[in-house]
Ligand binder design. Sequence first.
Ligand SMILES: [Mg+2]
Length: 332
Amino acid sequence: MPSKDTMEAMSEEPLIPYPSPAVLAPGGPSGIVTSLRMVAFDIDGVVLRGDTVLPAAPHALADVIGRGLLLRYVTNNSTRHRVEVAERLESLGLPAEPGMVLTSAAATASYLRAEFGEGASVLVVGGDGLVAELRDAGLEPRPVRSATQAPGAAPQSETPQPSGIPAPPDITANSDVPVAVVVGLDVGFDYATLAAAQAAIRGGAHFIATNADATFPVEGGVLPGGGAIVAAIAVASQQEPLVIGKPHLGLARALVDEAGGDPAAVLFVGDRLDTDIGMAAAAGMRSALVLTGVTARADLDRPGVARPDFVLETLADLSGVLDGLLADERMR
Ligand SMILES: [Mg+2]
């Protein structure tokens, strides 16, 4: 459990990196640079576009496995459980099992378990996938809409005060006070949800966001992302969240831990400079930008953008990058 000082620091300093960049410095805590062990792929725009597998992806993924490297699929999407993500990838003919998938929901669950311990009560603004990940990690998730309604009672929104404004929710009515409010994309988000999250955070619960994505890509356009909901709760509670997903470092930490503790052992392949390459650079991972998604080569000339170590036209260029990295290691 963090000290009060830590809690105050969290509330005063928006979007603090987790963990600190120093912890993820290349070479890791030991200072010894290890070999490449993992290639982690963002999903949309890298291996898939919508429901279509990008042409070079199957061979590139098989090549990673064939070289004995760990393969991971990484997504900021918090709405699906890893099992569902793996099933979808597998149904599209890609090599996938739940242990090869890391979502912002799963990384958030790992963080909360490490920070608050087994059985910690967390209030959830998010989908079923997030609730399941939290439960799998040994936490006690309470979906916010069920938490604000006493068993058998009418929903809060149906018992408004005379003004038409609902009474502030008593989030302690049904059980203990949550240690954290966890926020991801929640398509049922409404005023009562906002009020419950606000009440819990004002009552001292930590404010944790799975991701801060402004938009959510769908066939033919975009919808509001989890970040839009996080922003509403931040304004209402006057607190800034700790964000786990890309480009923040909670998700990076989970990957680095799996790769043995050295960020340089991970090559991250993504299509966005701000989230994918930004996270990899901040974490000390190697990074490759692939131009099959939202970024064009000309975007690299914009000032202030994160610089990838490699630029790939398609994933067909990955095997040359791996040849080079693994040859460098043999020469050391
Ligand atoms: Mg992407």
